[in-house]
Design a protein around this ligand. Structure first.
Ligand code: GLU
Length: 492
């Protein structure tokens, strides 16, 4: 079998969209599965819309997702000679022609055709100009575009799509499309094919929105005498209202960067994106890299639109709840050292990073992350909801404050009493702190829950969390005593 060479060719006109990331991911999976190559090609021919910032965003996003490529980034604009050469070749071989029709003429014809309810496609006025007629017009300096000469014959152009089967389109359904603009710039349809031929691309995995291009591009491959790659078109992604997921309708949640900022685990996003339009054929939802590479096949890419279930979930912002649950899964189960890597930057930004977390306090740091990760949704939560474990300036949330502290004014004197009991302990561990707490509750004739919940809120600011006595051990004797002695401010 020939080498598998796939490509991800984004147009750098915006951020890396989750749809683009899914395309990159599926191509990456196919390359890795076949020991092939993934080529990153930046399609920057649209100079007006392409930006450096977008190029950097795409590359950053790919790196963050862990989607490494083997060649590139190539830049389409570096190959404009190839594109022009191909257009010349098509002219020379009679597969393309110069069209001198002006925009006004074309507009008029289109309007007339529309009024008469006739075919609005280009009528082929310049298709059969003689070489002399062409030369004459060129001497007169009349601008021209180059059009591809779609074979005028019965029958259909067809290609084999790995997902959808044989796709056909009648020749007479395709107009003589423009491949070079009047300013001499070749158009996307041509550049894309020329680059794919040069890059020896074996498989083109892209969205179904490109299918109308594909039939025209197959004609270009044929005319350029190049082998036609294998195509696999992926379904579109719609929301529950069947709207295409877009920035305009859904805002920032369509950008990969959004998930990075919110504290998603890169592989969790990949895992989710893989399932958006690809079906493993089993109930399995969680796939490690290796498992996904192993399981992935082009045939199992979906045929029908996939649904991004856009709704407000328990992470307090709109996105697909399945993405949150996959993220939570990884958050709870991933290697704790990898998790530590992911939260480090956040801790630095929130000013709670301590160099000792990479040194003397490494063990403590890792076991504390492990203790608190069960209730969190994203890596951001460690430095925010989990701040009390790492800093003194944590906030006490309103709901637990009301429920566990303000409702029990006696705690004002009782929590400091508990601090005294803890201070008297030789061993400060789960068992000793629990007995001390229960003994005090019994002596005061109150439910231990009141003392314990009050202590939880005072110490962590939260309503729920890990087992209380685990928390005490994680915080350590000194911090616990200090905090319990100084709770007056909570009543202010
Ligand atoms: N630059 C095109 C895009 O971003 C690439 C399409 C293709 O995969 O051929 O949509």
């Amino acid at each position: 079998m020939t080498e598998v060479r796939v490509r991800f060719p984004p147009s750098p006109t915006g951020y890396l969209h989750i749809g683009g990331a899914r395309t990159a991911l599926l191509n990456w999976l196919w390359a890795r599965k076949n020991n092939g190559k993934l080529i990153l090609r930046i399609e920057d021919t649209d100079a007006e819309r392409s930006t450096q910032q977008s190029i950097e965003g795409i590359i950053d996003g790919m790196n963050w997702l862990g989607l490494d490529w083997d060649e590139g980034p190539y830049f389409q604009t570096d190959f404009s000679d190839d594109h022009k050469e191909a257009a010349e070749k098509l002219l020379a071989s009679g597969h393309a022609y110069k069209c001198f029709c002006t925009k006004e003429e074309l507009d008029q014809k289109r309007e007339a055709a529309m009024a008469a309810k006739k075919d609005v496609r280009y009528d082929g006025t310049c298709r059969d100009l003689t070489p002399e007629q062409v030369a004459e017009k060129e001497v007169q300096g009349i601008p021209y575009v180059i059009r591809f000469k779609v074979p005028q014959k019965e029958g259909k152009v067809s290609y084999q799509d790995k997902v959808l089967g044989i796709i056909e389109r009648a020749y007479d359904d395709i107009e003589d499309f423009v491949i070079v603009r009047s300013n001499g710039k070749p158009l996307y349809l041509l550049c894309n094919v020329v680059d794919d031929i040069r890059d020896r691309i074996s498989h083109i995995i892209r969205g179904q929105d490109h299918m109308s291009n594909t039939t025209r591009q197959v004609l270009l491959y044929q005319a350029l005498d190049a082998p036609i790659p294998i195509f696999a078109h992926m379904p579109l992604t719609l929301d529950l209202q069947k709207r295409k997921i877009s920035k305009r309708s859904h805002g920032e949640i369509v950008a990969v960067q959004f998930y990075r900022e919110k504290g998603f685990i890169p592989w969790a996003l990949c895992n989710f994106l893989a399932l958006l339009g690809w079906n493993p054929g089993t109930d399995q939802e969680i796939f490690s890299r290796e498992e996904l590479i192993e399981a992935f096949t082009l045939e199992r890419i979906g045929k029908v639109n996939s649904v991004f279930n856009y709704q407000k979930g328990n992470a307090k912002f709109f996105t697909d709840p399945k993405l949150i649950s996959i993220n939570e899964h990884y958050l709870r189960t991933m290697d704790i050292k990898e998790l530590a890597e992911l939260v480090k930057q956040d801790f630095e930004e929130q000013d709670i990073w301590n160099e000792a977390y990479d040194g003397d306090k490494r063990e403590w740091f890792l076991s504390t992350l492990d203790l608190i990760r069960d209730r969190f949704h994203t890596t951001r939560d460690f430095a925010t909801l989990g701040r009390a474990y790492f800093a003194e300036d944590y906030t006490v949330e309103a709901k637990p404050l009301k429920k566990n502290i303000l409702k029990h004014p006696d705690l004002k004197s009782r929590l400091p009493m508990l601090a005294e009991r803890f201070a008297a302990l030789d061993d400060f561990d789960k068992e000793t702190t629990e007995s001390a707490s229960r003994e005090l509750a019994a002596e005061l004739d109150i439910k231990p829950g009141i003392l314990i919940n009050g202590m939880r809120t005072a110490l962590t600011g939260q309503l729920a969390g890990p087992g209380m006595f685990d928390i005490l051990v994680a915080l350590g004797k000194d911090r616990v005593i200090n905090r319990l002695k100084n709770i007056n401010h909570l009543y202010n």
